[in-house]
Ligand binder design. Structure first.
Ligand code: SF4
Length: 420
């Protein structure tokens, strides 16, 4: 369920049912203006809605003024330990201040920041990580780490409410995926404020992406979470943005750019799928339309489960086929397959229409039919999956029949069966 309240960070609404916002954090020294701005432009191009920059020193605040002016997306100042940097960041025009009320030097200092933020109309993100819970929660943390995280989050929310500052979103993060899921589920029931989701120090591109997909994906699928940041150990912040988008696209929460689907390959593979898929994925990055592109390693199954794709390719030994929305488009030499695919995608990007030549379509359809016929007896992964699905459906129908029979011959017995 979407959060009841929302904040607006430099024009981007977070919470209250707005699309889940993608954010990342620059990895550069903020005071290095050229490097920081270059990274901000890169992450904005990759689809970041918001960007956060670390502000640990006065020279970072100085740079922040220019960054806020020049950034194509709203900028969040990340503050720890020093509340004067938060005050100065508000003056510098930061679109949002992130701080942990537990490490900023006491409630009075939080109050000072809240007063200034209220006067400037600057929202805040308040939050706590599993590694920095307040001392009075350490015993609870040992007994029940999830409850400790949620309690810390709720206590900070109550502090802000006492300070009459409610323009904030909340994050409670852990390096532990199950704790993060459980804690955010509980927190979303206890507070109406928007939630920022992330897994702390998730790890490398590979493991961090998976952990984030599991943790954040589970919460997002439940409708929990209003903005996400994927934390990866890479200097390339745009990788975090790409992973965030893949999670949102997989859950159909947002659309951005093409979607690539590819068969898992098997012993029937007819071309160097690894290279071809990587090439297609890279080339698709240049497109904005949410076209779905399928890559099938062989034509044994026909177009099959990729028939819903806007475009696709499949190959045999020397020739391949380009198809579009379930129909053959044209047959091309194997080595031209990817280039010809992109010619079709380019045409579509310009005209928003799939153009087909009837004779080429006919030749392609005949080629496909011939390969399907020649391999009609092959038990491919797709055909096995289809057989399994048919078997499961038949079993379910048979069970329905048993239940109906039971119900009609003996209503009491039927009810007993149903209750059991
Ligand atoms: S049979 Fe299916 S999984 Fe195997 S290569 Fe062909 S399309 Fe891919």
């Amino acid at each position: 369920m979407a959060s009841q309240r929302h904040v607006t960070v430099g024009g981007v609404q977070i919470g209250g049912g707005a699309p889940v916002a993608v954010q990342t954090m620059t990895k550069t020294e903020t005071a290095n203006l050229a490097a920081t701005m270059a990274q901000i432009r890169t992450v904005a191009d990759a689809g970041a809605d918001l960007v956060r920059v670390a502000v640990p020193r006065d020279k970072d605040v100085e740079a922040l003024k220019t960054i806020v002016e020049e950034s194509p997306i709203p900028v969040i100042a990340d503050i720890h330990f020093n509340h004067t940097l938060a005050l100065k960041s508000i003056d510098a025009g930061a679109h949002c201040i992130r701080l942990n009320p537990g490490n900023i030097g006491g409630p009075e200092k939080v109050a000072e920041v809240a007063d200034k933020a209220r006067a400037a109309g600057t929202p805040m993100r308040i939050g706590v990580n599993s590694g920095s819970l307040p001392k009075h929660l350490h015993t609870l943390e040992r007994e029940n780490p999830v409850e400790a995280l949620v309690t810390a989050g709720v206590e900070f929310v109550q502090l802000m409410e006492r300070l009459e500052f409610t323009d904030f979103k909340v994050s409670i993060k852990s390096t532990n995926v199950p704790y993060t899921i459980a804690a955010n589920r509980l927190l979303s029931e206890r507070i109406p404020y928007p939630l920022h989701l992330g897994i702390t120090e998730a790890g490398t591109r590979w493991s961090g992406s998976l952990k984030s997909a599991v943790g954040l994906g589970t919460l997002l699928a439940d409708g929990i979470g209003d903005t996400i940041r994927i934390s990866l150990s890479t200097f390339h912040a745009e990788e975090e943005v790409k992973v965030a988008w893949e999670i949102l696209k997989a859950l159909k929460l947002r659309e951005r750019g093409p979607v690539l689907i590819a068969c898992p390959t098997c012993g029937r593979l007819q071309f160097d799928m690894d290279t071809v898929v990587a090439d297609i994925e890279e080339r698709l990055r240049a497109y904005e339309d949410p076209v779905e592109v399928a890559v099938l390693g062989c034509a044994v199954n026909g177009i099959g489960e990729a028939s819903h794709a806007d475009f696709g390719i499949t190959g045999a030994k020397n020739e391949g086929l380009i198809f579009a929305r379930g129909k053959a488009l044209k047959k091309v030499p194997q080595e031209r397959l990817v280039d010809e695919l992109f010619l079709e995608i380019d045409k579509y990007a310009k005209t928003k229409r799939i153009e087909a030549d009837a004779a080429e379509q006919q030749a392609g359809a005949e080629w496909l039919q011939r390969i399907e016929d020649e391999n009609a007896g092959e038990l491919t992964p797709e055909r096995l999956a289809k057989l399994e699905a048919e078997k499961a459906r038949a079993d379910a129908d048979a069970m329905d029949d048993v239940l109906r029979l039971d119900e009609s011959s003996s209503p009491t017995a039927g009810r007993r069966f149903m209750r059991a």
